[in-house]
Design a protein around this ligand. Sequence first.
Ligand SMILES: Cc1cc2nc3c(=O)[nH]c(=O)nc-3n(C[C@H](O)[C@H](O)[C@H](O)COP(=O)(O)OP(=O)(O)OC[C@H]3O[C@@H](n4cnc5c(N)ncnc54)[C@H](O)[C@@H]3O)c2cc1C
Length: 457
Amino acid sequence: MAPRGWSCWRWAARPRARLLPGAAFPFGFRQLLSTLELAPHICVVGSGPAGFYTAQHLLKHHPRAQVDIYEKQLVPFGLVRFGVAPDHPEVKNVINTFTQTAHSTRCSFKGNVTVGRDVSVSELQEAYHAVVLSYGAEDHRTLGIPGEELPGVISARDFVGWYNGLPENRKLAPNLNCDTALILGQGNVALDVARILLTPTELLEELREMINLPGSRPLLDPADFSGLEELIKEAPRPRKRLLELLMQTALKPPKAKEADKRAENPRAWGLRFLRSPQEVLPSPDGSRVAGIRLAVMRLEGSGQNAQAVPTGTVEDVPCGLVLSSVGYKSRPIDPRVPFDPKLGIIPNSEGRVLGVPGLYCSGWVKRGPTGVIATTMNDSFLTGEALLQDLEKGVLPLSPKLGYSIIEPLLKNRGVQPVSFEDWEKLDAQEVAQGQAAGKPREKLVDPQQMLHIIKQ
Ligand SMILES: Cc1cc2nc3c(=O)[nH]c(=O)nc-3n(C[C@H](O)[C@H](O)[C@H](O)COP(=O)(O)OP(=O)(O)OC[C@H]3O[C@@H](n4cnc5c(N)ncnc54)[C@H](O)[C@@H]3O)c2cc1C
């Protein structure tokens, strides 16, 4: 492929005169149209990593592209703000890169606009040369078992939103006074949730240290880990390191002093394998969760073909809180946009939405809710690249489009008040000031009314 700089230049230098019979227009208007034609107006829906990395790629590799990022929240950054655990501040440093992108004179942030409700995707397509859907995976997978609706059963998605200050989860009030919290799932989110539950608030540190977390002791069944030495030799490096750590904890008893110290710890955590949730058990008056029934499973077959099958035995575990961490899931936001309900993604080929020219997708809504920020970055750059190639090849005709100037009056008529990146910076300054007063890096604002009030000051 030609170097990006060169191909951009070639694209920008494509002759315009044939497309614009200028003699019919007064000079100023003709000049305006010519400028518009050279500057593709691109709209990105969602301001998480996918939205920002797609915007970054477009701005970096196209000298005239104008990118507007629409976001339903009053604040930007998606799961970097509302998902990544508060004790992973280094992960949140990507916000500095996103802020640089937002400060580009060719980029504009439109917060407080829910696409699919305040403005349709078709309206955006009318106003912009291309629309990129980067709206993540905001739903959660359900367990589909009886009792799931009982108070005290919550999705990890909501719990994460609650401890991360997501406005819609601010009133969640999980019951943290019970003895046992049971987490269904053992993925990264489940481990984040376990760590946050176990960690004294003054000491929110890293997951790897969960094994040595002050005040907590691991409860791992050695039988779950014996005989794994040979098997893990072939495992990819990160998984191998994790398994070695778990095996060491489960199989090597700590020295006497350490064992005494651990025994005194008031909190404990454990991993239980080959258990499948069957039913959430209610308290005697039926008002809330009192336990969970798990089917005990065993493995049939070996290697990649191994399958967990029920043994016929069930196990009841008493608990006061059930957190289901069995995955996030995207939802359709506009009936005119194709959506695969089974995979929970927008069907696409390399980020081009199937059957809808000019519509693209990136991030979790493109490939499903897996992968870290770096994975999302690579995937978003690929979508950005596909879009640039379509511009270059003329697949996206550059007829005059006015971008946000078309959308702004629509939003105004519908009573929507978009907020800008400068507005976010006001909120950011307020959060940092509130945090400093309380001796912490920031105190998040969670009440949208209060946030709008601060913005207007
Ligand atoms: C609990 C949790 C912890 C994680 N921790 C880490 C970690 O420590 N390190 C790491 O590398 N990765 C971590 N990840 C993964 C990382 O957060 C994701 O890879 C990444 O955020 C996905 O980016 P995205 O932009 O596709 O989605 P999101 O980050 O979800 O962004 C989507 C954005 O779209 C907006 N939106 C949704 N609907 C609309 C609409 N209708 N109109 C307008 N805007 C809309 C949302 O408000 C949101 O801002 C974590 C994920 C979770 C769930």
